[in-house]
Design a protein around this ligand. Structure first.
Ligand SMILES: Cc1cc2nc3c(=O)[nH]c(=O)nc-3n(C[C@H](O)[C@H](O)[C@H](O)COP(=O)(O)OP(=O)(O)OC[C@H]3O[C@@H](n4cnc5c(N)ncnc54)[C@H](O)[C@@H]3O)c2cc1C
Length: 440
């Protein structure tokens, strides 16, 4: 089979690219391959599937007819096993071969699973795709206690779903605080408090040394010898970029697939985006992994435009999360806890359960954390994204009445001229916005 464009991965990045290609080239043959058997669904909503709040249909972020309407061949439930760069080919698991002209690698990430004793017991799960949610769902009838290894975004997401299903949950986190890659210590402690209030037990500074069972999970033993009984274990210690195809083909890989500002790899006909790729981070000023949905989608669009012959540059993304677990609103972006506090100026305030912090370096916003009162986070994020020098009004950033009038006149005039929409404070990707992808 021949396809002018071949996209590996049918999610945020892959769909972003397909849409951009079709804006430019209506008829060039386009194939999307995914080893998941479902039309494109919103991955962040798998927790809502587990709670029963969403069905698969309610998670689709494009209609099921998207493929036929856009003249796209979708090969779902098929895995690409190898690539030939010289021959411009991809080998599928059934032995099928696709000859392509332009290729996008949007294979996302794979959950990291530690090699500990008992990891193969029935009742041990990961939580990164719909099949994981289905598998856990099918196991819950006879379960009352779960242990979640890892207190990151995925661990907290599955914890909330399990609590809503009436399961008692213990989280075991190796570091001192949960959500430590996203939040600073203060915000993490506030999140921990919200989880504890909801009845979740949290063990920090420890890890699971062994899962015990004898066919099916019965409990775990921690690294200090403590035993915790449980009926299921969810491994949520992180996600690694799926780089195996790129590596096998000789495409340049660091921690993720290395791309330039046009989302091209070191091979001129091969592009990459999303959780698998190391793309430009505008806060750090370097390429790094920023595995969030909007970055995957925008990166995919830029890749697609370039694949179709339109030169387009990725504006850059950064780590940005908007959470609402157990009713606690949190927005965090960029360097929430900068590694070298010395070179940074930190503005913060805390009262009545509200915590707000903005991290500056050379009068540029490098990071932010907002807990509970998140209303102005969108505006701070836009100052951060546009690399605005906030030196002349930084003391106003956390004021109750901070708004457009706090900005110097020429700044908001300039922003009005270049983009009127900027004047409307944009929420910094609230959790509902990720859900909205499902409804588009
Ligand atoms: C539980 C959970 C909650 C999340 N919550 C949020 C959130 O609130 N906000 C946010 O911004 N982000 C969130 N994310 C992250 C977000 O889902 C990812 O950043 C986004 O899905 C990345 O998109 P992608 O296109 O790069 O890859 P993915 O969505 O990972 O999709 C890649 C696809 O490619 C397929 N594939 C891989 N290799 C092959 C192959 N060889 N052959 C065929 N198919 C292949 C995979 O099976 C997969 O279907 C969450 C993720 C999880 C798991």
């Amino acid at each position: 089979m021949r396809s002018k464009y071949l996209i590996i991965g049918n999610s945020a990045g892959g769909i972003g690219a397909a849409e951009a290609i079709r804006e430019v080239d209506k008829s060039g043959s386009l194939t999307i391959v995914s080893d998941e058997p479902y039309p494109a669904y919103s991955r962040p909503l798998i927790s809502k599937y587990l709670t029963g709040e969403r069905t698969l249909e309610g998670m689709l972020f494009r209609p099921a007819e998207f493929y036929s309407q856009n003249n796209i061949v979708s090969l779902l439930g098929k895995k690409v096993e190898g690539l030939g760069l010289e021959s411009h080919t991809a080998e599928l698991d059934g032995g099928e071969r696709i000859v392509w002209e332009k290729l996008l690698l949007a294979p996302g990430g794979m959950p990291i699973v530690p090699r500990i004793k008992g990891i193969g017991e029935r009742g041990v799960f990961t939580f990164t795709n719909l099949d994981d949610a289905k598998a856990i769902d099918g196991f819950l009838d006879n379960a009352s206690k779960a242990l979640v290894i890892g207190g990151g975004l995925i661990g907290i997401s599955v914890t909330e779903a399990l609590v809503k299903r009436g399961i008692e949950v213990t989280i075991v986190e190796m570091k001192e605080t949960i959500l430590n890659t996203i939040l600073d210590e203060q915000a993490s402690l506030m999140a921990e408090e919200a989880l504890r209030q909801a009845g979740v037990s949290i063990v920090t500074c420890h890890t699971v040394a062994e899962i015990s069972g004898g066919g099916v999970v019965r409990g775990v033993t921690l690294d200090d010898g403590r035993g915790i009984p449980c009926d299921l274990v969810v491994v949520a210690i992180g996600v690694a970029p799926r780089i195996e195809l790129a590596l096998g083909a000789g495409i340049k890989v660091n921690r993720g697939i290395v791309v330039d500002r046009y989302m091209a790899t070191n091979h001129p006909d091969v592009y990459s985006c999303g959780d698998a790729a190391e793309a430009y981070d505008f806060v750090y000023g370097v390429n790094r992994l920023t595995p969030i949905w909007p970055n995957a989608y925008v990166g995919g669009r830029i890749a697609g435009l370039n694949m179709a012959g339109i030169k387009a540059e990725y504006p850059g993304g950064t780590a940005m999360n908007s959470l609402n677990y157990f009713g606690l609103d949190i927005v965090a972006a960029g360097m929430a806890a900068p590694p070298d506090e010395d070179g940074c100026e930190v503005l913060s305030r805390q009262n009545n359960g509200i915590y707000q912090k903005v991290v500056l370096r050379d009068d540029l916003v490098m990071g932010m954390v907002f807990v509970r009162d998140i209303e102005r986070s969108g505006m701070i994020f836009s100052l951060m994204k546009d690399r605005v020098n906030v030196g002349s009004f930084k003391q106003a950033l956390l004021a109750d009445d901070f708004g457009l009038v706090s900005l110097p006149r020429e700044l908001w005039q300039e922003r009005l001229e270049t983009s009127p929409s900027r004047l409307v404070p944009q929420p910094a990707m609230p959790a509902e916005a990720v859900e909205d992808f499902a409804g588009e």
